[in-house]
Design a protein around this ligand. Sequence first.
Ligand code: NAP
Length: 242
Amino acid sequence: VILILSGTTEARRLAAELATDTRVISSLAGRTDNPLPIAGEVRIGGFGGVDGLAAWLRAEHIEAVVDATHPFAATITAAAVRATEITGVPLLVLRRAPWQPRLGDDWRPVHSVDAAAELVPSLGERVFLTIGRQQLAPFAGLVPWFLIRSVEPPQPPLPARHEVVLDRGPFTVDGELTLLREHRIDVLVTKNSGGDQAKLTAARELGLPVVIVERPPPPEAPTVASVPEAAAWVRALGQRSG
Ligand code: NAP
C-alpha cells in the first residue's frame, strides 16, 4: 500500500499513474470543499502530528510514502520525514522545480509573506495577490488596492480595498495579460510554487515587478521533480520487496 500526501496536480497525476496496478491511498488536508477527483482511495484530514502519522502508517501497513504536497506545506513535509524515520517506511519527496528568473524579469525575492507585505506598498498602488487564500492577514492593514485570486474564497482579514477572483487555472499568457491590463496592476505577488508560468510571463511582458516568496528549506529526503520519476521509484520498491 502506497500513501501519497496529496493536494497538488502532481500528486493527482501520480495517483492516476499508480492506481492501475497498485493500492494507493491519497491524503488531503481537507482545505477545499470541492477537491478534484483522485484515482484510488482518498482519506481527508490531518493525522495529528508526527506521532499520529507514524501510528497511521503502521495501522494501514503502508509500504512507502510519496510526499507530493505543495512546496510551501512545510509542516506536513517535516512530519512525513520524522514519521517515516520512526517507522522505517521509505519516503520520496515529489516537488516540482522552482521557477527561475529569466531575462527581462523584475523579481523582488523575499523569504516570507510578511516580508512581501512590507515591500508591496513601495512598488505600486494596484496589486495582484496570488499566494492562496490562507495567509492574507499581513496585507489587511495596507493602503493599496488588491486583486486577490484563489481557488476558494479568501480567509479574512482582507485589505480594505480589494476584489476577489475565484479561479483554479490553468491560466494562459493572453488571459493573464488581459487581467493585468484590465485591472491596471502595478505589481504581482506570488509564492515560488513552480509549474504554470503564465502570470510570470505576462508580468515580464508588461515590465511589472514581481514580489516572489521563496520556498522554505527543502526536506532532507530523496527528492524527484517529476511524476514519472516518482512512479518509477514506487515500482522499483515493489520489485525489490517481491
Ligand atoms: P501544512 O502547513 O504543511 O500542514 C498543516 C497541517 O495540515 C499538518 O500538520 C497536517 O495536520 C495537515 N495536512 C497538511 N497536508 C496534509 C495532507 N496532504 N494530508 C493530511 N493532512 C495534511 O500544510 P498547508 O500549507 O496548510 O497545506 C495543506 C494542503 O494544501 C497540503 O496538502 C498542500 O499540498 C495543499 N496546498 C498548499 C498550498 C500552500 O501554499 N501551502 C498550496 C496549494 C496546495 P496534522 O498535523 O493533524 O497531521
